[in-house]
Design a protein around this ligand. Sequence first.
Ligand SMILES: C[S@@+](CC[C@H](N)C(=O)[O-])C[C@H]1O[C@@H](n2cnc3c(N)ncnc32)[C@H](O)[C@@H]1O
Length: 239
Amino acid sequence: MSALPLSLDDDQLAYYRSYFTDFFVGDFCPGMGTEHILDTLADSGASGDWLDLGAGPCTLFWSIALSDIRSIQSTDAAPEALAVLREVAQSGEVPRAFGQVLDRHGKDTAHLDQMRARMSGYHVFDAMQSWPDTFTGQRFDLITEFGLFGLSPSVDGYRACFRHVKEHLRAGGRVVGADWIRSAQYVASAGHDNTYLSEDLIASAVSGAGLRLTSSRLCPIAGDELYDALIVWSAEHTE
Ligand SMILES: C[S@@+](CC[C@H](N)C(=O)[O-])C[C@H]1O[C@@H](n2cnc3c(N)ncnc32)[C@H](O)[C@@H]1O
């Protein structure tokens, strides 16, 4: 199933292609918090039907850490992000960082091929609002967001993202997320001050949505102009 529009913006396509190249075509770069996301996914015990929110071109990369995934759907507000993800999924190529992370998780390219085959849906919508009607009644075993909820313009908006997720999570389902905290320099140049992010806020947003926090970790990032830290967290639907 695919819901991508036929008309795509060339500049946006170029942006997402270089996003993918910058992060994955070279060596995997430890020390930036990414390894904690991979470990949290691997430790989550999540399996079954997975929905990745604000996926960018990255769902296939994160899939390396997961096992027993039955189906994969990716969403983003930008259709071009999903078009690039679909190119990546269909290309059969194994970028260097993918190979290194496969080794790190004791997996081989057969795992990647399975994940590619299970990528069945690409959906364009704003995940900070109530989800579209096409998702009414649909529930998932795993929902992820890496770098999306922390783009919420306010604390209230951040909290609301968790309530939307809860509506689409099966009983026993898992949510795994990571939110990057912008540096003062990045806020000054690009705006969007998300220094409201904290482990306390995440704990309260999780419980406010009726979920149970299962892990949370603040990972400082040294020597990065854009981000001071990353918070990696996981939660479950216990009802
Ligand atoms: C920082 S990137 C993260 C991409 C990817 N998840 C990763 O692991 O690197 C944030 C992504 O969220 C998407 N995005 C921004 N606002 C959104 C919204 N309101 N709803 C859905 N996606 C959104 C952007 O288009 C972008 O692809």
